[in-house]
Design a protein around this ligand. Sequence first.
Ligand code: TA6
Length: 298
Amino acid sequence: MSSSRIERIEREQLVCWRVTTAGAELLVAEQGAQILSYRRHGEPPLIWLSEQARYLRGQGVRGGVPVCWPWFGDLQRNPPAVRAMVQGAAPFHGLARSLAWQLLEVLEQAGAVRLSFALALPDGLPGWPHAASLRLEIELGEQLHMRLTTRNLGAAPLAISQALHSYFAVSDIRQVRVHGLDGCRYIETLDDWSEQQQAGAVQFAGETDRIYLDLPARLELHDAGWQRRLVLEASGSRSAVVWNPWLDKSRQLTQFAADAWQGMLCIETANVLDDHVLLLPGGEHVLGLSLSSEALDE
Ligand code: TA6
């Protein structure tokens, strides 16, 4: 008798899958293969989802883990090789997060559940005419594992930037610190994209929107309010974006309450700037992220 439950549910216009195991509950939208929420039973949520989220076809949902692909952020801020792949309009954070992915497979094994979503692009996309395939495997067990695999199906090299744009739930952003970035160089997008160097843990006292480079594999989000440590183990990535909109920027965001900035923090496991991905014909790249939580024993 399986201890897991997998249910197909609909939220407004979107088909979603709710996975419940002995230890946790996960909700994923088929559109964009977007994780929407994740919590372990008896704990505060790990992944944040906006109270004002809308579930509409062709539009990203605010929160969860949007997949930014085949470019991250503002295309014009990307390396020339990534920009050269695109013709015409270029929405922020690429195309994948608002497209209809397909749930290929659901696998249950030893109390864990693995969902495999795919986006087949034999002719590429309007404005991005390159044959490729994208696959996101999400495994819910003791930890939450994500593996985003890009395969170049074309006859020419492919250059992409990407991110798993994770929104984490926090007790109060002013009680949170991010460890593991000490000494890393970062791009301060709020100060003319100047290059700076991180000293110590990252603390938050205002809008923060930084691209960290040359990262270690492990980052930790320490939440003193919930006495919890979130551990992020990345693979296939040496860059990450740390973002909190704070008070003023929050007013410009869609699907985002005026005070929502207090309860969320984005740490986005990425391949951006120098860390963008170049794929030869037939080549593939895997961007991985494993997420676990434990008591903060500080
Ligand atoms: O990843 C940080 C960021 O680029 C911020 O500058 C902000 O724009 C955020 O992404 C959200 O972007 P979105 O298009 O989802 O509203």
